[in-house]
Design a protein around this ligand. Structure first.
Ligand code: PLP
Length: 306
């Protein structure tokens, strides 16, 4: 198929959770539907409308519900994928597409303890460039990130910390996650300017911080500001945010060869609170005040509501 050669594909990633109350919840599928629509537009893929997207997921999770692990921390991962599946070699959009949803049970990302990760600031490779496909969830971004990721691991780090593709100066993402820094009483995260993937977890974290009266700044963050902040003690916590790990604390960042340690390489209090807050909503342990969960198993009332 042409898409194997030319990467005309886009995907999504979300999870279904089995609550202790027996209810199955899918976290914010409307956000994934909107993001997939944006990815599709950029990559000349036909748009999967939100209704079809959610109906496909609901139907498959209903069929696969016995595969949803019941243990806290575990979930059923849902992977929607769309790609051109016409056989062709000429460079053009495909004339035929396939939209697939697949599921897979996943164990808890962490064992007993959430272990902070060590990041290698990537000064050579870039993940995305202005005008490119950095904000689309597409395979090419992942292929381009494999080598830098492998190099980071070979040097004793867990992930690459991506800087902007123009000046190699402003922080963008960590591996396949969005990044947050706690600086004094404020939480800072890079603003979305086309080169950053608009994470559902990122959006949820920002909302939960606002709920707690904590100021969130979405702006450019110079890697020197991060290094200075760690050295002076102004920067007290850092974490990545994404569906797979939910929240992943950052314990070390190597800037220009110097390994800087954050919060004694331990899980920080705000990072921990946010992890608990997001997962409590996903497992139905607290009230879903933002109406984020799509509940599976009461199709009658949901269909009527729509
Ligand atoms: C999917 C993804 C994220 C996280 O998005 P979530 O919706 O929170 O899972 C962050 N960065 C990249 C590059 C991604 O592909």
């Amino acid at each position: 198929t042409g898409s194997l050669h030319y990467s005309q594909s886009a995907f999504e990633g979300l999870k279904a959770f089995h609550g202790a109350d027996g209810v199955i919840r899918i976290f914010r599928p409307d956000m994934n539907a909107k993001r997939l629509a944006n990815s599709c537009e950029r990559l000349c893929l036909p748009e999967v409308d939100e209704r079809t997207f959610k109906a496909a997921i609901r139907e498959l999770v209903q069929i696969d519900k016995a595969w949803i692990p019941q243990k806290r921390g575990q979930a059923l991962y849902i992977r929607p994928l769309i790609f051109g599946d016409e056989e062709h070699l000429d460079v053009r959009p495909s004339n035929r597409y396939r939209f697939i949803v697949m599921t897979c049970p996943v164990r808890a990302y962490y064992g007993d303890e959430i272990a902070p990760v060590a990041l290698d600031v990537q000064n050579h490779y870039t993940r995305a460039a202005p005008g490119g496909v950095g904000e689309s969830k597409t395979g090419g971004n992942y292929a381009a990130a494999l080598l830098p990721g492998e190099k980071a691991r070979a040097s004793g780090f867990n992930q690459a910390l991506w800087l902007d593709g123009v000046e190699h100066r402003y922080v963008e993402e960590v591996g396949q996650m969005n990044i947050f820094f706690r600086m004094g009483d404020t939480v800072v995260t890079p603003d979305l300017r086309g080169t950053i993937l608009p994470g559902v977890t990122r959006d949820s974290v920002i909302t939960l911080l606002h709920d707690r009266g904590i100021t969130v700044e979405e702006r450019r963050i110079d890697i020197d500001e991060v290094a200075e902040g760690i050295r002076s003690g102004h920067l007290t916590e850092a974490f990545g945010a994404g569906t797979a790990a939910v929240i992943s604390p950052v314990g070390q960042i190597a800037v220009q060869g110097e390994r800087l340690t954050i919060n004694d390489n331990k899980l920080g209090p705000l990072t921990s609170q946010l992890y608990d807050a997001v997962t409590a909503i996903q497992y139905g342990e607290v009230e879903d005040t933002h109406n984020w969960n799509m509940v599976i198993g009461n199709e009658g009332t949901q269909a009527a509501a729509e």
